[in-house]
Design a protein around this ligand. Structure first.
Ligand SMILES: CC(C)(COP(=O)(O)OP(=O)(O)OC[C@H]1O[C@@H](n2cnc3c(N)ncnc32)[C@H](O)[C@@H]1OP(=O)(O)O)[C@@H](O)C(=O)NCCC(=O)NCCS
Length: 157
């Protein structure tokens, strides 16, 4: 039997914590944007604050802290789609970030597995995660049992 993972708690981000959320999100974006083959300018903190203030009011979106040992170790942004959005009802891991000093210890796995257990209980048929083409984090999703289901192509018009 494998060793138990770290104790991880998922806690909703409160509106009063939006600046802290954006500060971590900026590091996440800086790390992942280079994997976008089309390239794009990073969103400003002001823009991110507006987008995630709206997300806090959106019932289909969830902003969560990943905490371990009482510390903030990362964040998750989840987006729920229902049949009315076209296709199967699904929960998407829209964003997933573990701070570098907490990586490689099973924190990301524990966080994702908590969400998977919740969605199994809820009867959600599909859980998916979008990954930029060259992001090595694809290995993380594969390790958690996610299959590459489609390729999304894009170009500038
Ligand atoms: C991807 C990320 C969330 C992983 O978090 P983590 O806490 O280090 O992951 P874990 O320690 O729980 O690893 C779980 C499994 O994934 C594997 N894994 C983790 N990162 C990996 C990587 N970059 N490449 C290949 N496999 C990886 C681990 O080997 C482990 O496998 P195992 O459980 O079978 O031994 C973290 O590296 C991160 O935040 N990266 C930068 C942001 C990013 O790219 N996020 C994903 C956006 S799609």
């Amino acid at each position: 039997m494998s060793a138990p993972g770290p104790a991880v708690a998922l806690r909703p981000v409160d509106a009063s914590e939006l600046d802290a959320f954006v500060a971590i999100y900026v590091r996440y974006a800086a790390e992942t944007l280079p994997y976008d083959p089309l390239g794009r300018a990073p969103a400003s903190g002001v823009e991110l604050r507006r987008v995630y203030a709206d997300a806090l009011d959106d019932e289909a979106a969830e902003l969560l802290w990943i905490e371990t040992g009482g510390e903030r170790a990362g964040l998750l942004v989840l987006q729920r789609f229902d049949e009315a959005d076209g296709g199967e009802a699904a929960l998407e891991f829209a964003e997933c970030y573990v701070e570098p000093e907490f990586r490689g210890a099973g924190v990301g796995r524990a966080a994702v597995e908590q969400v998977l257990a919740r969605e199994r209980a809820r009867g959600t048929p599909v859980v998916d995660a979008a990954v930029l083409r060259d992001n090595p984090a694809l290995g993380f999703w594969r390790a958690l049992g996610f299959e590459v289901r489609a390729y999304r192509t894009a170009r500038r018009p």
